[in-house]
Design a protein around this ligand. Structure first.
Ligand code: AMP
Length: 595
């Protein structure tokens, strides 16, 4: 079995002799009897970490079977583990959550709470990350083979700092990029970045992004694919390209880097690549001026690119339309499913469009349990719908006990000190690959919009925004980004939806959009409350261009990395600063007259 306890020496050997068919064979082997692999994995986790104070205190007494584990160890959220993690971060060297001491901390993007959370990171998590990368690459490359070129990878390191106890801390992606295994694996899977490390690890992401674009153009014939962790940052990169392309052409023509890049490390690295190349500058200029509204920008710039790759599911889905516009006929391939807390599944069906992408759980990277949730709203008789949608908890079931078509909250036990940890994600089982489930990401579990008996999730919000924004399409406008908020300062409270729009929309169309948003929340609790005015009229607030960029900058200032950024889809009262940014940039607002 391809296990997490294998030594790094063995792992390095494996990467050097990377053979995609072998990787697929290994994946087939571990998924054939996923139940057995799960039991073995749990045993290994508990054996390696049995001496940890947390496990000791729960009375497992050396038992490693799933039944004892579930009886002794409670389900937890980050909040319950926080005191333990903080002791680790503060420098307590005793075995607290893991047998071997934790030396690195990851910062999760903290989109929901408004501030990043600390989670433990270790060699085993690094190894499972590489296993996921290798697995999905092997399947991807079978369908969409790439040559021996380079990847235009919009990847960025966040600021790294030391915790009070001297542990290195940074976003999970940063911890991965800084690890020597990362480069080795990228080389093995033909996915080396076309830009120097100094760009990835530069001190300012605006400068790094500019140089990523510049390197992409310099190596345009070699670029085999375009990547970022999340689709948002790919879109952000090409939106920026629209603003800076002439400056990029000037740099290429003259062989001199724009003085917008001031970091000496980046300037030194770029000066080795940048030589005056008027032919290339003319070519890029010709390509861009021949485009209509930036359609097919990516294949025009990178004629040998085979696909665009990144996480495109969940909160990234709203960006697909615009990404397809830039991509033209180039396929969009959705990347794997995981979190700072650890990886879960690989996309082994790369041909599926992002809207139907699934993730096959790797049964040897953690022990997974699933809390069954009530069915989707659409499946229910609206009148009898239980208002506590997603609130009814059942006993968790094991990986191989999940049922096709059902929704679950996922619980993770990993090799880095998390035991029965509620990740907060809702997934749907779409099928099985051998005996391991293929999951579709549904949404974050925490309800977004709720005032009384109404319950609307991030997915409901997405569908409402999609529906209403179709009205803007008639005016050739689009919603650049959006968020929401419950305004309880009015009586009754009401939903507020914030929209940033690509241009000026007329008053009439915006009124229609506002009514359409209100009508598109079809949750029975919402509709009945609206009818009796127990919830006030929905408000659409249009914000200034660049408002969501300010939100992004705010998160980056908190230590988040661009490549891990997810727009907060609902801004709660605890997220005051983001709310201030949104409210301070409102240019017009409309109240629904739909009810
Ligand atoms: P982070 O807090 O930055 O580690 O982000 C982890 C979260 O991102 C997960 O818990 C999911 O909510 C989301 N996420 C990660 N991978 C995917 C994916 N493939 N599809 C949708 N959402 C994802």
């Amino acid at each position: 079995m391809l296990g997490c306890s294998q030594s790094f020496v063995r792992m390095l050997e494996k990467m050097e002799e990377f053979d995609p068919e072998k990787v697929i064979e290994e994946f087939e082997a571990i998924t054939r009897d996923a139940g057995k692999v799960q039991r073995e994995t749990l045993k290994k986790i508990l054996e390696e970490n049995g001496s940890a104070e947390y496990l000791q205190s729960l009375g497992l007494n050396g038992r490693t079977d799933p039944e004892s584990f579930k009886t002794c160890v409670p389900l937890v959220t980050h909040k319950e583990l926080e005191p333990y993690i903080h002791r680790i971060a503060d420098g307590d060297p005793s075995p607290i959550l893991t047998g071997k001491p934790i030396t690195t901390i990851s910062l999760s993007s903290g989109t929901t709470q408004g501030k990043p959370k600390f989670v433990p990171f270790n060699d085993e998590l690094m190894e499972s990350t590489m296993q996921i990368y290798r697995t999905s690459f092997a399947f991807r490359n079978r369908e969409f083979p790439i040559g021996n070129g380079k990847g235009l990878q919009f990847i960025y390191s966040s600021k790294q700092f030391q915790t009070k106890g001297g542990l290195a801390a940074g976003t999970a992606t940063t911890n991965v990029y800084r690890n020597s295994q990362f480069k080795e694996t990228m080389k093995a899977i033909q996915s080396q970045s076309c830009c120097p490390d100094e760009v990835i690890f530069g001190p300012d992401f605006h400068q790094s992004l500019y140089c990523h674009l510049l390197c992409g153009l310099i190596f345009r014939d070699e670029v085999q694919f375009v990547f970022s962790t999340f689709a948002h940052s790919i879109l952000h990169a090409f939106r920026t390209f629209e603003q800076v392309w002439e400056e990029l052409c000037t740099d290429i023509r003259e062989g001199v880097l724009s003085n917008r890049v001031s970091a000496p490390s980046i300037r030194a690295a770029m000066s080795k690549l940048l030589k005056p190349n008027p032919e290339l500058a003319d070519l890029v200029y010709k390509k861009i001026t021949g485009l209509s509204n930036w359609y097919r920008l990516i294949p025009e710039l990178f004629p040998n690119a085979k696909y665009i790759y990144g996480i495109m599911t969940g909160s990234m889905e709203p960006y697909l339309r615009k990404l397809r516009h830039y991509a033209g006929e180039l396929p969009l391939l959705s990347a794997d499913y995981g979190s700072s807390e650890g990886w879960i599944g690989a996309n082994v069906n790369p041909k599926l469009p992002p809207e139907s992408a699934t993730f096959a759980v790797l049964p040897n990277i953690g022990f997974f349990e699933f809390i069954p949730l009530k069915h989707n709203i659409e499946d229910q008789d609206q009148n009898q719908m239980d208002p506590s949608f997603f609130q009814i908890e059942h006993e968790p079931v094991d990986l191989t006990e999940v049922k096709i078509g059902e929704d679950y909250e996922i619980i993770v036990t990993n090799f880095a000190g998390l035991y029965r940890y509620k990740l907060g994600d809702v997934v749907k089982v779409m099928g099985f690959h051998n005996s391991t489930p293929e999951l579709k990401f549904v949404c974050r579990r925490n309800l977004l919009l709720t005032i009384n008996i109404d319950k609307n999730t991030e997915k409901d919000l997405q569908l409402a925004v999609e529906e209403a924004s179709k009205l803007l399409g008639e005016e050739k406008l689009e919603v650049v980004d959006y968020s929401s908020h419950v305004d309880s300062s009015t009586d009754p409270g009401h939903y507020v939806i914030f929209w940033e729009i690509s241009g000026e929309a007329g008053e009439e169309v915006l009124k229609e959009c506002c009514n359409c948003l209100d009508r598109s929340f079809i949750d029975a609790g919402y509709v009945s409350s609206r009818k009796v005015n127990a919830i006030g009229a929905l408000e659409l607030r249009v914000v200034r261009r660049g408002t969501f960029q300010k939100i992004l900058d705010h998160y980056l200032g908190l230590g988040s990395a661009l490549s891990q950024f997810k727009t907060p889809r609902c801004v709660g009262p605890t997220n005051n600063l983001v709310l201030q940014i949104l409210c301070g940039n409102v240019v017009e607002s409309y109240f629904s007259t739909a009810f």
